[in-house]
Design a protein around this ligand. Structure first.
Ligand code: 5AD
Ligand code: SF4
Length: 448
């Protein structure tokens, strides 16, 4: 009898960037698990290290190269062998740089080629091939060929329904890294949602770079938009909550705004990046709305759901941004009262129109403006949270908390809430009386 002494190959995937990348990371994990590989607890213990990368800002790329260098050094020291794969947006957008700076990387897959991860690892491990490079940008093929096996993770899961973008905002690499807009067929979306629910998922977050531009073939052969997909998903028995990200302000129509009051499981929260409050900057960004139109859009959403929580992204120091432009952004923030905000210094990206603009903003001004903006956004977020002390929130419990008898989860407004609770379970939506608010989270107890 032959005794099997070899341990199974273990992999670790490090994910950078947005939720769409996290979704891709999960699908790659599913593919590798399905192929018989096991998950390592840390990258240091892995035989196969996968870096699923982001290139939205320069910093994200630099982080990859320093992480690669560190892993290499570590493996050299320990004498361990490690197959390194780089997947995602950097593989697509900075492929040549990657080949040059990290020639030891054995597998390079663009965001729409990740379905090849398991076969790629097998082929390189068997030494059938030394190097595998695929950057085809074929989103249809990706979703057709990704693993159909899903492994249970959380009661709240994401589901990519659309990726890529046709908008060509002048600062953005997405049309180059993820390609043009692609919508998955609605039939696939619904069947994936059902699979997630079979695994105990209670909340589904529909993902897309520009999710409101979704247009996929439905079960009736007609083209469905996001609203139609939401209606269909809301019919699924047992699904407790729906969200979608990210929306472009120009694509929110009255029907979508109304959906937030018509569809009871659709959360009253929306991520609606404004980027700037100055019409001049918005025009140079090619955003195709004015500050006033953005405010009208928020007003329309709040007409149907007065409690609508609006979060946003902001870029400071876009080329040519004056102090007056920046003050307009601050004014818009004061007016909207955001529940949450993510802000970034403008980072010039190769191939984009804004990178070629002449009046680039000095780094020191970018840093100064970012500080001011973040202080305002933090203050707003704290005010938003403090307003709920003494009130009730519906919290979907997603995991165990830090303390005994504590679970934590998310409110309908997307706030993190820690809940003192007995006789309730992960996956329940419970009515919580809020007793306290920290900067970024709330504390409460299950209400009688
Ligand atoms: N520089 C800085 N921030 C950017 N974003 C996108 N491209 C850039 C860039 N070149 C920000 C936008 C977007 C978020 C995902 O990242 O705010 O909404
Ligand atoms: Fe980063 Fe954009 Fe790629 Fe997401 S799609 S990982 S934000 S570059």
């Amino acid at each position: 009898m032959k005794i099997q002494t070899e341990r199974p190959t273990r992999f670790f995937i490090k994910s950078y960037g947005c939720q769409m990348n996290s979704y891709d990371t999960q699908r790659m994990e599913d593919s590798l698990l399905e192929a018989g590989y096991k998950k390592a607890n840390a990258i240091e213990d892995a035989d196969v290290a996968v870096f699923n990368t982001c290139c939205i800002r320069e910093k994200a790329g630099e982080k990859l190269f320093s992480d690669l260098g560190r892993l290499r050094l570590l493996k050299e020291k320990s004498g361990g062998d490690c197959l390194i794969a780089v997947t995602g947006c950097i593989s697509q957008f900075q492929r040549e740089e990657l080949l040059q700076r990290a020639p030891y990387v054995a597998i390079i897959l663009g965001p729409q080629d990740i379905q090849q991860i398991a076969s790629g690892v097998r082929e390189v491990m068997r030494k059938d091939r030394n190097k595998i490079i695929a950057t085809t940008m074929n989103a249809g093929d990706k979703f057709r060929r990704l693993s159909r096996n899903f492994y249970a993770r959380n009661v709240s899961e994401s589901l990519t329904i659309q990726e890529g973008c046709d908008n060509f905002c002048t600062y953005c690499v997405v049309p180059f890294s993820r390609g043009r807009g692609f919508s998955r067929p609605a039939v696939d979306v619904i069947s994936e949602a059902k699979k997630l629910m079979d695994l105990g998922v209670k909340e589904i977050i529909l993902l897309g770079q520009n999710v409101n531009s979704y247009s996929g073939e439905g079960s009736d052969g007609k083209t469905w938009n996001l609203h139609r997909v939401l209606l269909e998903l809301a019919q699924l028995d047992g699904l407790k909550r729906l969200r979608y990200i990210t929306s472009h302000p120009k694509d929110i129509d009255e029907n979508m705004a109304k959906a937030h009051s018509d569809i009871d499981i659709l959360a009253p929260s929306i991520h609606l990046p404004v980027q700037s409050g100055s019409d001049d900057v918005l025009a140079k960004m090619n955003r195709r709305y004015s500050a006033d139109e953005y405010l009208k859009c928020v007003e329309m959403l709040r007409k149907y759901r007065p409690d609508m929580a609006v979060s946003s992204d902001f870029i400071v120091g876009f080329p040519g941004e004056t102090e007056t432009d920046f003050q307009r952004t601050l004014r818009l923030i004061e007016e909207v009262k955001f529940s949450q905000g993510y802000s970034f210094k403008y980072s010039p990206r190769p191939n984009t129109a804004a990178a070629k603009m002449e009046d680039q903003t000095p780094e020191s001004i970018k840093s100064e403006r970012l500080k001011v903006l973040q202080a305002l956004l933090n203050r707003q977020q704290q005010e938003f949270n403090h307003n709920f002390v003494g009130k009730r929130l519906n919290v979907l419990l997603t995991k165990v908390g830090k303390h005994k008898n504590q679970l934590s989860g998310r409110s309908e407004y997307s706030q993190a809430v820690s809940v003192c609770a007995t006789n309730v379970a992960i996956g329940d939506i419970v009515s919580v009386m809020v007793t306290g608010a920290a900067s970024y989270s709330l504390l409460g107890a299950v209400a009688e």
